[in-house]
Each structure stands twice: as structure tokens, then as C-alpha cells.
Design a protein around this ligand. Structure first.
Ligand code: FAD
Length: 414
């Protein structure tokens, strides 16, 4: 049996960030995950906007991780085949496995890593026991459950899951390449839906190294035949849904495998559980359209590792009352509520046909157009941060900052 203060189950974005932070704080911790290298997985592919980056910076590991990303300093905004704005942006584009593996590189040597699956957990107000697929047992004062969407251990612990919205949205990830020329004109692009009936909030195009990635979002059920069409004939189906997109992008080919991921919105209620705390997707999921999942992960982990764990370890026991303070944390709650509200607002503004939401859609279109017109005059205002899934930050844009390695953009943003 191995003994530690903190056993982290799950080495994805949340668990690896927690391991890096606890290790740097000198708190004894063990990280448990089945994979010694995080495998390819379609999840978040860009970190962006002042608020999200600020949250990442608070973990203390962001700078070196973001240096591995492709930076984009300008994002074009378009709708109805019209370019509305060339907005300054701070987007750090990186595939999920590269992001998690970069975070794992920040975990100090004295954090033990165990590459196995946790198969059972027994919790109580004093010590917790975890049995691994290797047969080994770990005893810890606290379990940080960061195992993402995997429900097995939560069932075992009797943690109740509340589904807020089943198949709230579907994310589609693929590569695109310009046809008949070497590069696209835009550094990055957000193209909004043309008709609410298409149930597409937007498609986002952004570079990762030499590749141009596309993240397309749709509000449909997972058995909708439209998704089958998209798989069978991706170019024609996309063309039919967004017929004027190519006026901005020019002709392009869809390359490689298309990944299609539905997302349920849910929250787990673990407030009455001693000895275990849930973070990231293990606690609650978010809608990728709103782009708030990483805000929630970084907020959870930062509050937990900077505030609660040091405080909890300073006294005996790990009762449920002690842990409930984390779920009631005002910063965490504000972030969770903001993320949930955005998930529903985005869906309504993209698909609802009531007079209120139709007016909202047009108001946003006009605001983007006005912002784009005012920008060359130096009078552009900033639209609501994260309205686009990223913030139009106040950092200035220049052709040299449009798309580059991330080093210079980091030093100015940190
Ligand atoms: C398609 C898609 C697009 C997204 N886009 C965005 C976006 O644009 N912006 C944004 O902010 N967020 C986005 N998100 C959300 C974001 O990706 C997630 O919130 C975030 O990745 C959650 O990280 P996590 O560490 O909680 O979970 P995960 O990364 O899933 O990590 C869970 C870990 O637990 C491990 N594990 C599971 N079971 C066990 C076990 N029994 N024992 C040990 N280990 C175990 C797994 O191997 C894995 O390593 C998106 C999500 C999806 C699905």
C-alpha cells in the first residue's frame, strides 16, 4: 500500500493541472491515469480570451504550456458571406493531447505518477482507499476525482448525476486546406450561422502549426440524419448549410478524419461525500459552443489547490462539511453559473425564432458590423467578452501578431 496526502484520479486537463500545482506547493500527491502519454482526443483545441487566459495564468503553469501553442492575434468575424470585423484576439491553438501532455511536463518529479486505472474507491472522514487495475492499493487523506466523463467510480460512490440538457450540442472537428493555393487569407475566422433553421451557431477556423483546424458546432440530436450526411458527403453538406462561407474562405478541401462529439450538460452532487472532491468535467460539463469548459477546469483547480487543500490538510479529518466549502466557493459558483447561462443563451440566440431572440441576433450582427466599421478609425468598442467563444481583448493587432509562435504574445499578455 502506498500512502499520500492527495490521490488525484484522472490525468486530463484538470487532474494534470492539479498535480502540477500541488507538486509545486510541496504537497504530497499521487496522479493516477491509465495512459503515461495522453492520447489523441477531440476536446478543446484553443484557449482564448482575456478571462480564460487570466484563469489559466492563476494556476502558475500557463506560460510555459502556452508557448507550445500556435498564437493568433487577429480573428475575422463573418456572417451572411460578409466580413464584419477583423478583431484583435489572443487565441492559443493547441490539440488537446498536446495541451495535456505539456501540462504533465510541468508536474514536479516528486509527484508520483501511477499509470493504471482506479477500479474502486472507498471513502470516509479520515482516509480513503483506492484499488488500481494493477492490484496496487493507495491510501490518501483526500481523493481528487478528475476522471472526466467516466461515470463508473461516481456510481460506486453513490454520487448523483443531474442531467441539465441531454445532447445540448454536437461538436465536429476536422482539418481544412485551401484549394488551388498555398494559404488562407484570414489568420483565424469565426463564421456565424446564416439561418436559425440550420441549427449551427458558428464554425471556427484556426491554425495549429501548419494545419488549419475547423470546429463546427450544431444543435441537433445525435441520431439526426444530417450528421450521417455530413460524414458521407462533408463538403456538400457543409456547403448547403453555410452556402456563403466560401466567399470569405475561398475554396477549400476537407482533410482527414471528421470527429463528431455530442455533449450532455450535467452536474454531480457530491456535497455529502467525505474524503472526495470532484473537479472539471467530473463535477459538471459545459457546452463547447460557449467555450467555457477550461474556465471551469482552471477555476476549480485553482481554488482547490491554492485555497482549500492547504486549509483542509492543516486540520485532522476530511469530513463532508469541510469539502462542501469548495462547492460553495463564490468564485467557483459564479464561474459555473456563468458557464451554464452561456450554454443556453448561445443556443437560443442561434436557433430561437421568437421576436426577442430574432432581435438579439440582429442586434449582435449590427454591433459586429459597427465594431468592424469603427475599428480602422480607432474607435472600435469591445463586444461582450466571450460572446464569440473568445474575448476581443484590448491587445493591439498588427500583421506580425496575426499568427505566430506564442512567445512574444505571452510576454505581453502575462
Ligand atoms: C468536442 C469538445 C470541444 C470542446 N471545446 C472547448 C472549447 O473550445 N473551450 C473550452 O473551454 N472547453 C471546451 N471543451 C471542454 C473541455 O475540453 C473539457 O471541459 C476539459 O477537457 C475537461 O477536462 P477534465 O480533465 O475534466 O477531463 P478529461 O480531460 O476527460 O480527463 C479525464 C481523465 O481521467 C482519466 N480517467 C478516467 N477514468 C479513470 C479511472 N478510472 N482511473 C484513472 N483515470 C481515469 C482519463 O484517462 C483522462 O485522462 C470541449 C469539450 C469537447 C468534448
Amino acid at each position: 500500500m502506498r500512502y499520500t496526502d492527495i490521490a488525484i484520479i484522472g490525468g486530463g486537463l484538470a487532474g494534470s493541472t492539479a498535480a502540477a500545482m500541488l507538486g509545486r506547493a510541496g504537497i504530497p500527491a499521487i496522479l493516477i491515469d491509465p495512459h503515461d502519454t495522453y492520447p489523441a482526443d477531440f476536446r478543446v483545441e484553443k484557449l482564448s480570451g482575456g478571462v480564460q487566459l487570466e484563469r489559466f495564468l492563476r494556476t502558475g503553469i500557463a506560460e510555459s504550456v502556452l508557448r507550445r501553442a500556435t498564437f493568433t492575434g487577429e480573428n475575422w468575424i463573418a456572417r451572411f458571406g460578409r466580413l464584419l470585423d477583423k478583431a484583435p484576439s489572443r487565441q492559443f491553438n493547441i490539440l488537446y493531447d498536446s495541451l495535456v501532455n505539456a501540462i504533465r511536463d510541468e508536474i514536479p518529479e516528486d509527484v508520483t505518477r501511477v499509470w493504471a486505472k482506479a477500479v474502486s474507491v472507498a471513502t470516509g472522514p479520515e482516509r480513503q482507499q483506492i484499488v488500481l487495475s494493477s492490484g496496487e492499493t493507495i491510501s490518501a487523506r483526500l481523493v481528487v476525482l478528475a476522471n472526466g466523463l467516466n461515470v463508473g467510480l461516481r456510481h460506486q460512490l453513490g454520487i448523483e448525476r443531474r442531467i441539465i440538457s441531454a445532447c445540448h450540442s454536437i461538436s465536429v472537428g476536422f482539418d481544412v486546406a485551401p484549394a488551388g493555393r498555398n494559404s488562407f487569407d484570414f489568420p483565424a475566422l469565426t463564421y456565424f450561422s446564416e439561418r436559425p433553421g440550420d441549427r449551427i451557431p458558428y464554425i471556427s477556423l484556426f491554425p495549429i502549426g501548419p494545419r488549419m483546424r475547423a470546429n463546427l458546432f450544431v444543435y441537433r440530436s445525435f441520431d439526426d440524419p444530417w450528421l450521417g450526411e455530413l460524414r458521407r458527403a462533408p463538403a456538400a453538406t457543409l456547403d448547403a448549410a453555410l452556402p456563403r462561407l466560401k466567399r470569405i474562405t475561398g475554396a477549400f478541401d476537407i482533410q482527414g478524419e471528421m470527429k463528431i462529439r455530442p455533449v450532455d450538460l450535467y452536474e454531480n452532487d457530491a456535497r455529502h461525500q467525505p474524503g472526495v472532491v470532484l473537479v472539471g468535467d467530473a463535477f459538471a460539463t459545459s457546452c463547447p459552443v460557449a467555450g467555457t469548459g477550461c474556465d471551469k477546469v482552471f477555476t476549480d483547480v485553482e481554488r482547490l489547490c491554492n485555497v482549500y487543500i492547504p486549509h483542509w490538510l492543516a486540520s485532522d479529518g476530511m469530513e463532508a462539511d469541510k469539502i462542501a466549502a469548495f462547492y460553495a466557493d463564490p468564485v467557483k459558483r459564479a464561474c459555473d453559473e456563468w458557464s451554464a447561462a452561456k450554454a443556453f443563451d448561445f443556443r437560443a440566440v442561434s436557433t430561437a425564432t421568437s421576436p426577442y431572440w430574432t432581435a438579439q441576433r440582429w442586434a449582435r450582427f449590427l454591433a459586429w458590423s459597427a465594431q468592424g466599421l469603427l475599428r480602422p478609425l480607432g474607435g472600435a468598442f469591445d463586444l461582450e467578452p466571450n460572446l464569440l467563444g473568445h474575448s476581443s481583448s484590448s491587445s493591439s493587432s498588427s500583421s506580425s501578431s496575426r499568427s505566430s509562435s506564442s512567445s512574444s504574445s505571452l510576454s505581453s499578455s502575462a
